[in-house]
Design a protein around this ligand. Structure first.
Ligand code: SF4
Ligand code: SF4
Length: 458
């Protein structure tokens, strides 16, 4: 099969980056000048298991997806990066690689494992991962392809394999339901399944009403869900977590920008702890979070490099949740600044340094996952059992977002009253735009189409 055909099938299947913001995968597969493809199996968010369990259960899909990406971008090699303590996943992937040794595919598109020995946060951040695996430093505000790399989440690789080999579109995704639920588990949910129904798959919430909060995503990069009936699974949903209302994660996520700003201006003592532990600072970027706190304290709002440096913040939340002894958040200042820069049409003409040197103390300053989960008050959930449940889940109503990806929303190609079958294309990419196709995740009738969502009833 040609690279063009691989890209065509991936585009038709609506594959997007499953581990992050949902960048359309077909665009990444057309990259040039790439020598290394890295599979991101680091899964550094505490409490989530979907990636490591997927690698353990379907190593064939992950490896097949990897070989297809290596072929598509013309790379020399593929490397699946995962942590040493994901023992089942390591064993399953190694056994599958051994089984495929000597085949034409294995010779043409070689794939190896890269074992991350130390469990640190944020190991899955692309800048950190590329450095750990290849020793290359992505330039400030750059991309992995600036250093000859493409990074794909392991869930994306499985979707690529299904799209190319079986022309199967993305209609479901693996989601970890963890925290105070009756039976924590990872399930394969239809895209568009509302969170209240998803929680029932884990036996429901085990705390009384008003005594818990629900977080979508991980405890570091996720957000609170105000109403579980009105938010639904997308192609990028990795976790739904139920946490006590007084848990650290909930307490921090509940704070408004105004509260963060007020605290920051009043109490930052410029100790620099946020800077010395910041993963971007440790990679040598000219990026010092304590400086934006100083700028915030004095209401400096000219676009100097301290403020425009906001575009280098990866929003890992380490400064807010771990580093600052006074519970302040440089990240919130950066997020606000990013919005202002985008609104003003500012173009990055200053943060492109590529001659980087990592901090001499980087190795010792990586934040161990065990310490982070202790600080977040989630150790019990992080270390507890999570069942892997790969059964087909049925649901009677789905709310499918038309924008589950970076780019413009998909444009509906069906209308209210139409009957659709599972896997049918229901919204496509507007001509010449960046976006991703969307498919029906259940068989049924379209009952509502808005500019944001399509509702289908079984
Ligand atoms: S934000 Fe916190 S960690 Fe950073 S300089 Fe201020 S007090 Fe120190
Ligand atoms: S969120 Fe905080 S720790 Fe993370 S990159 Fe931004 S400033 Fe650094």
């Amino acid at each position: 099969m040609t690279a063009e055909e691989i890209i065509r099938r991936v585009k038709s299947a609506g594959v997007v980056g499953a581990g992050g913001a949902g960048f359309p995968t077909h665009v990444k597969l057309a990259a040039t000048g790439i020598d290394t493809v890295i599979a991101n199996g680091a899964e550094c968010e505490p409490m989530l298991r979907c990636d490591q369990q997927l690698m353990a259960a379907h190593p064939d899909l992950v490896i097949r997806g990897m070989r297809l990406v290596v072929q598509s971008v013309g790379a020399k090699r593929g490397i699946i990066a995962l942590k040493r303590h994901y023992e089942k996943a390591v064993a399953a992937l190694q056994a599958e690689l051994d089984r495929q040794k000597g085949t034409d595919d294995a010779s043409a598109y070689p794939v190896d494992l890269f074992i991350i020995e130390k469990s640190a946060y944020p190991a899955g951040d692309e800048f950190c991962l590329v450095y750990e695996v290849t020793g290359r430093l992505i330039p400030e505000a750059g991309l992995p392809l600036n250093v000859g790399c493409v990074v794909q989440n392991v869930g994306t690789l499985a979707n690529i394999a299904l799209a190319v080999d079986h022309e199967t579109p993305v209609t479901s995704r693996y989601v970890t339901i963890n925290g105070d639920v009756v039976s924590p588990r990872t399930v394969r949910t239809p895209i568009g399944m509302p969170f209240d129904k998803v929680l029932q798959l884990a036996g429901g919430v085990s705390r009384s009403e008003g005594d818990y909060a629900v977080v979508v995503g991980g405890p570091m990069t996720g957000h609170l869900v105000p109403d579980v009936k009105h938010e639904a699974i997308t192609k990028t949903t990795g976790g739904i977590l139920v946490l006590p209302i007084d848990n650290e994660v909930v307490r921090f996520m509940s704070r408004s920008l105004e509260q963060w700003t007020k605290r920051g201006k009043a109490t930052c003592d410029q100790c620099r702890d946020c800077t010395v532990l910041c993963p971007r600072h440790l990679l040598g970027h000219a990026f010092s979070p304590h400086e934006i706190m100083r700028a915030g304290a004095y209401n400096i709002n000219v676009k100097n490099s301290v403020l425009t440096g906001a575009i280098m913040c990866c929003e890992c939340r380490l400064c807010e949740a771990y580093s600052c002894p006074l519970e302040l958040s440089p990240m919130q200042f950066y997020k606000k600044m990013k919005r202002e820069l985008a609104a003003s049409g500012w173009k990055n003409d200053r943060h492109h340094r590529a001659d980087l040197t990592t901090d001499d103390f980087r190795e010792g300053r990586l934040v161990p996952t065990e310490r982070l989960v202790e600080r977040l008050g989630v150790r019990h959930y992080h270390e507890g059992p999570v069942v892997w449940d790969d059964s087909a889940i049925r649901t009677d109503r789905v709310f499918i977002s038309l924008k589950q990806h970076i780019g413009v929303p998909a444009v509906p190609v069906v209308t209210t009253g139409d009957n659709v079958t599972e896997g049918q294309l229901v919204a496509s990419i507007p001509e010449g735009k960046l976006g991703a196709c969307v498919h029906a995740s259940i068989t049924g009738r379209v009952v509502e189409v808005t500019d944001k969502t399509m509702t289908i009833e079984a």
